[in-house]
Design a protein around this ligand. Structure first.
Ligand SMILES: [Zn+2]
Length: 358
């Protein structure tokens, strides 16, 4: 998975500018799906099966990454920015970024006051976003404008996907949620070779997740699925500052099954129990989590149309919304194995009912 994830994370697709990832995914999904289409908002849909009486399973992953947007350029050519989504502001000083102009991308860096000039109190403070600026090497606002930089120009974190000395443990920008996109693609490839799948499956690569799960709500209303499986990354514990009481789940210990997430979704209980039974039968490691700080497309999808059984499946990763999100590829591979075992079992709505009326 490393090579394809390297390609996916190298693409720059901040919220509202997801086209490079959507195009890459459309190209790959076309090879294992019956038809691929997109909507005006940007969501990408790839279909397997077209049986009118069969259930529809929607698998989602979001294309967008956190980033920044130019609000103004100072007379001396420094860029002031606002946030696209919620990048971690405390890591920004000294951070490499790319500025995505209409004419191509430019390198830049968040300015940082030299350590030997900072006073004692100042050295311990996290600067406000309004104090920060991006240095793109311009000598004036006019020169920045000539390079194509204007209010509304987006920026992203810079840096390649990097392999650590432990096989499968990698870090880089936009792991959230390119690894979800790659799991979705791998699942489509796997399902394409399954002869006996009863349900229709639609793979949806959504837009604008990082600013409020917006694409997923539109996509779900459009598809009206019976089941939604949302794939996304989740902040992991297991680091010196995040103990087991705060975040008990860790990287390398299997994918995450959310019991619930903040502000809404509870994974549909019969669907959750089905997933757990399959994992137990096949020796699939997983981590059951109650997420009190995160939210995914699953929450938006669950309420967007009809009666939907929704589940959120996660990949744990450290250093959320920074340029160095670190995770273990084995968790993603296990997630695909798990979903490939689940899908053939989703044949009708009856096992999804929470109780029998009579
Ligand atoms: Zn995400």
């Amino acid at each position: 998975m490393f090579d394809e994830l390297s390609q996916l994370t190298a693409l720059d697709a901040p919220v509202g500018f997801e086209e490079p990832v959507l195009a890459w995914m459309a190209d790959r999904l076309t090879r294992s799906c019956d038809r691929v289409e997109c909507d005006v908002r940007g969501n990408l849909y790839a279909w397997q099966g077209n049986e009118p009486n069969a259930m529809t399973i929607m698998v989602t992953a979001h294309a967008d990454e956190v980033g920044f947007m130019v609000t103004s350029v100072t007379p001396a050519g420094y860029l002031r920015v606002t946030l696209l989504g919620y990048p971690t502001v405390m890591v920004l000083p000294g951070q490499r970024v790319r500025i995505l102009t209409q004419n191509g991308s430019l390198h830049g860096v968040f300015g940082v006051k030299p350590g030997h000039i900072l006073s004692g109190a100042e050295a311990r403070q996290v600067p406000e976003l309004g104090q920060l600026y991006v240095d793109v090497g311009a000598t004036s606002a006019q020169q920045a404008a000539e390079w194509g930089i204007e209010p509304g120009t987006p920026l992203v974190f810079d840096g390649p996907l990097t392999q650590t000395a432990t096989p499968g443990r990698v870090f880089g920008k936009a792991v959230d949620n390119r690894i979800g996109c790659l799991c979705l693609l791998e699942l489509a490839r796997r399902v394409n070779t399954m002869p006996d799948l009863v349900a229709n499956v639609v793979y949806v690569v959504t837009v604008e997740e990082e600013i409020g799960l917006r694409g997923a709500a539109v996509a779900t209303a459009h598809i009206r699925p019976d089941i939604v499986l949302a794939l996304d990354t989740v902040p992991a514990g297991g680091t010196p500052e995040l103990g087991a009481e705060e975040l008990p789940w860790e990287i390398g210990k299997g994918p995450l099954l959310k019991v619930r997430e903040t502000r809404g979704l509870s994974t549909h209980r019969p669907l959750r129990e089905m997933l757990r039974r399959i994992a137990d039968q096949h020796g699939i490691p997983y981590q059951l989590i109650v997420d009190t700080a995160g939210i995914t497309d699953g929450t938006a999808a669950q309420q967007a149309s009809g009666e939907i059984a929704a589940a959120v499946l996660g990949i744990p990763r450290r250093y959320s919304h920074s340029a160095v999100e670190l995770f273990d590829l084995s968790d993603a591979e296990t997630l695909v194995d798990w979903l490939a075992l689940l899908l053939p079992e989703l044949t009708c709505r009856e096992p999804l009912m929470r109780y029998k009326c009579l």
